[in-house]
Design a protein around this ligand. Structure first.
Ligand code: FMN
Length: 173
């Protein structure tokens, strides 16, 4: 299998199938320390906004990935292979503050056009995105049950809209 660039619309099904079947996707960020970090994400969407193709991720300020996104507003979203349940579990329970999750999972960074944030070579699909808008969700604009259920510690998400600059998938030679 080799990596090939493709239109982003071609990978939508694979991304949502992985969320269903593997439990999530892998968000990669890299900040001033120039060391990539990876965290699991389950909240994700894709579409067109401001006439741009965008990937939307929700990251709580308590995550190390949040700090890295603030340092360098570029991210990649990587679709795990169907067998990567353990990697989703590890990247969703350890923090990059004290663990090198690329090493822990045996992931190889693969850089595309942007030299600052890599994709994950072992995945099946990757999107490279550049943040065009970020919004902190506003507690007063939710219906009450969502605040009670999802924000008991006031760790309100930031929503990052990343313009999709490159879409890649692994294909047969
Ligand atoms: C399946 C799964 C999905 C997750 N989805 C999200 C998410 O969408 N947003 C978020 O902020 N945290 C999410 N998390 C929690 C982070 O992945 C977790 O806190 C991680 O350890 C943060 O890593 P970091 O500190 O290296 O950024 C999820 C965890 C799992 C296991």
């Amino acid at each position: 299998m080799v990596w090939k660039k493709c239109p982003w619309e071609m990978v939508v099904d694979k991304a949502f199938r992985a969320i269903q079947n593997v439990g999530g996707l892998l968000l990669v960020t890299e900040g001033q320390a120039q060391k990539p970090n990876v965290m699991s994400i389950g909240w994700f969407t894709l579409g067109i906004v401001w006439r741009k193709p965008v990937a939307v991720v929700l990251v709580r300020p308590s995550r190390y990935s949040f700090q890295l996104l603030e340092e360098n507003p570029v991210f990649t979203v990587n679709v795990p292979q169907e067998t990567m349940h353990r990697e989703i579990e590890l990247c969703g329970s350890y923090s990059g503050r004290n663990t090198d999750k690329f090493a822990l999972c045996g992931f190889t960074p693969r850089y595309g056009e942007d030299p600052t944030v890599p994709m994950i070579d072992e995945c099946q699909v990757s999107l490279l995105c550049s943040v065009v808008q970020k919004t902190k969700v506003e507690p007063s604009t939710f219906i009450a049950p969502i605040v009670t259920e999802f924000y008991p510690r006031d760790d309100f998400h930031f929503v990052y809209f990343g313009e999709i600059k490159e879409a890649w998938q692994k294909e047969n030679d």
